[in-house]
Design a protein around this ligand. Structure first.
Ligand SMILES: Cc1cc2nc3c(=O)[nH]c(=O)nc-3n(C[C@H](O)[C@H](O)[C@H](O)COP(=O)(O)OP(=O)(O)OC[C@H]3O[C@@H](n4cnc5c(N)ncnc54)[C@H](O)[C@@H]3O)c2cc1C
Length: 397
């Protein structure tokens, strides 16, 4: 075997794809019984592959990791991701928010076509093979038939981060790759001390089109009430700021604007003057039942006049107590330090012929297709570097 890839997520499969294109014999190992479980889970939300925003703006979404990731994403960015998906027979479209999805709005047809193409090129998928560390320079794996080392001339590590561990990516590899940052949830919900009545009545209800503001962040989108707190797109977008603030200073108070499309004076006029009940005012505000209940949550009735209520609807303070855990976060921060890699080749320093890609590297980004795009782009870069390494060491036949 020329190359072994560890992890059948999008980063690992993309590495296998470019290696097989270069003529290498490749095996892709995964500890799970079937490939790409997290990719399939991402498909449940429609599979937001990438984003149509201008590339320079797209690149800023990676924050501190932008200089590291940008050269790879410039070579395999949103346009290439779309073309790749369409090359697998899955048409894409741009949603109203600028996000790009496959027309099928799920991952399974794309994954099926991808695995068939890889199989046609001789790529071998080996499920139930768990990488457990090194034996000298070689990866050691546990298989249903016992433990053994893998003899391959190049290794690509694409083991994912540490969110949703039951889908396979449990971050256990941090135990034998020394240069790692601790994992933290990214794109996750936050705990809110709802009253039992509110949680029982509104868990699962969306708050459509709210503006969430917090020091250094303002975003518009959907939030979803859960039994324990609040999650959803606009919360995920703010999650890195909020996580860091809570880590340093404790619970964070965000402001929710429940009618972002109406200016305060217009809302005040609509809610009327004296002698109107709070229920009537909330009806006039045009709020969905969950949003109306949220305005009342934790406050004694009556709630003051129309001006007070309008102010509260435009800037409702909500205390986020703590981030939810890694088990249900969309992605994770932390992982293999970028400094542990050669930024051009994604080769692991001190381990010749070993490359790493995808979410296992220490970067984070908001949802919006930025996660999958960076996984595909770094998977491609690591695969190409491994192919060049094989070519230089002993030409691939
Ligand atoms: C609910 C949900 C929705 C999401 N929606 C989106 C979305 O719409 N858009 C988007 O951009 N991103 C989305 N994501 C994030 C995206 O799915 C991930 O960022 C992406 O799958 C990471 O790719 P990866 O190849 O780096 O790792 P993974 O997809 O996590 O794959 C890593 C693989 O490595 C295997 N592995 C781990 N350790 C070992 C080991 N020791 N031995 C052998 N195998 C091992 C795992 O079993 C796994 O199959 C979503 C995530 C979740 C959980």
């Amino acid at each position: 075997m020329d190359a072994v890839v560890i992890g059948t997520g999008p980063a690992g499969l993309m590495a296998a794809e470019v290696l097989s294109e270069a003529g290498a014999k490749v095996a892709v190992l995964d500890r799970m019984a079937s490939p790409a479980r997290k990719f399939l889970m991402a498909g449940r939300g429609g599979l937001n592959l990438t984003h149509s925003e201008p590339l320079e703006l797209f690149l800023t979404r990676y924050g501190a990791a932008e200089p590291f990731l940008a050269p790879h994403i410039r070579l395999f960015g949103p346009e290439r991701v779309r073309a790749w998906c369409e090359g697998l027979g899955q048409e894409t479209f741009v949603g109203s928010s600028g996000r790009v999805f496959p027309r099928a709005m799920k991952a399974s047809p794309l994954l099926r076509a991808w695995l068939a193409r890889l199989a046609g090129r001789g790529v071998e998928i080996r499920p139930r093979h768990r990488w457990t560390g090194w034996e000298g320079a070689a990866p050691r794996v546990e298989t249903p038939d016992g433990g053994r080392t893998i003899a391959a001339r190049a290794t690509i590590l694409a083991c994912g981060g540490a969110s949703w561990p039951r889908l396979g990516s449990d971050g256990a590899w941090a135990g034998w790759l020394p240069e790692t940052e601790p994992f933290a949830p990214s794109n996750m919900g936050f705990r809110v001390a709802w009253s039992p009545w509110f949680a029982g009545r509104f868990a699962g209800e969306p708050l459509k089109r709210v503006r969430l503001s917090f020091t250094g962040f303002a975003g518009l989108g959907e939030a979803v009430v859960t039994a324990q707190g609040l999650e959803g797109g606009v919360v995920y977008a703010a999650s890195a700021w909020l996580r860091e603030s809570i880590r340093r200073h404790g619970p964070a108070t965000v402001l929710l604007d429940l009618r972002p499309d109406l200016a305060l004076p217009a809302l005040r006029a609509r809610l009327g003057g004296a002698g109107i009940s709070t229920s009537n005012r909330l009806r006039r505000a045009g709020l969905a039942p969950a949003a109306a209940a949220l305005v009342r949550e934790g406050l004694p009735a009556p709630m003051g006049d129309g001006a007070d209520l309008a102010r509260r609807i435009k800037a409702l303070p909500l205390v986020l107590e703590a981030p939810m855990g890694l088990d249900r976060a969309i992605s994770s921060a932390g992982g293999l330090r970028l400094a542990a890699l050669d930024p051009a080749t994604l080769g692991l320093r001190g381990r010749p012929g070993v490359f790493a890609a995808g979410e296992m590297l220490d970067w984070e980004a908001p949802t919006g297709g930025h996660l999958l795009t960076a996984c595909l782009a770094t998977g491609r870069a690591a695969g190409l570097s491994a192919a060049a390494w094989l070519q230089a060491a002993a030409p691939i036949r």
